[in-house]
Design a protein around this ligand. Structure first.
Ligand SMILES: [Zn+2]
Length: 219
């Protein structure tokens, strides 16, 4: 009897393990799971773009006035925290180096080879320790970066700030991903194209992996 009992117990454990596996697979593949995310909710394997403590929720699709919806994730952080490249690529937009800062603030767009574009917006425009708006590009962008610069994943790009239309808000990184292959029907066409990916899931996945600047890079 003890042998039969222990066999039964072993079979019970196996069945339990199978049930747990099914439950886990269901959780992963369910509507909220990564496996079934398509298009603009897909997870991209990237390095978390801000070093140090951050706070963020899923602000993609949040209303932003004028009928527009937010097309990025706002990663709240302290002014001056380092911003790093989430993916490698070429700097294809970095305004305000040779002229005044544009009204939308200091920002960098890194264009990846596969056509995706990663934008880092509201970089710092203040003299360190102030909110004077007089920091200039040297306090927004890492030294030496310019249009056409090649950057590697995890490389320092600049510093968190509140430039442009974030001047009246708490400092944060507006992190945006564009993908020419995609079309998010909820993003309106008023001056923006709908080729967006919600960065939120990719950011959370990077956190889960511990993929912070200098941690898992290079790979
Ligand atoms: Zn934003």
């Amino acid at each position: 009897m003890p042998v039969v009992f222990s066999r039964w117990r072993a079979r019970g454990r196996a069945l339990f393990a199978a049930a747990v596996s099914v439950a886990l697979l269901t959780a992963v593949a369910g509507p909220a799971g990564a496996a079934h995310r398509v298009g603009y909710e897909q997870v991209i394997r990237l390095t978390f773009p801000v070093a140090g403590p951050t706070d963020y929720i899923d602000t993609y699709h949040a209303p932003r006035g004028g009928g527009r919806v937010h097309q990025a994730t706002d990663v709240m952080a302290k002014k001056g925290q380092k911003v790093h490249a989430a993916k490698r690529g070429t700097i294809c937009w970095i305004p305000g180096i040779d002229g005044p800062m544009p009204s939308y603030g200091y920002m960098i767009t890194v264009c990846a080879k596969n056509g995706r574009r990663y934008s880092y917006v509201h970089l710092n425009n203040d003299t360190p320790g102030t909110d004077d708006g007089k920091g200039g590009p040297e306090h927004a962008y890492a030294k030496g970066l310019e249009q056409g610069s090649e950057v590697v994943r995890g490389q320092l790009l600049g510093w968190v700030g509140d430039s442009g239309n974030a001047e009246a808000t708490a400092p944060h990184l507006h992190f945006e991903i564009e993908d020419p292959e995609l079309d998010d029907p909820r993003i309106q066409l008023d001056g923006y194209d709908p080729e967006r990916i919600n960065p939120y899931y990719s950011l959370r996945a990077a956190e889960r992996r511990g993929d912070y600047p200098g941690q898992l890079f290079p790979r």
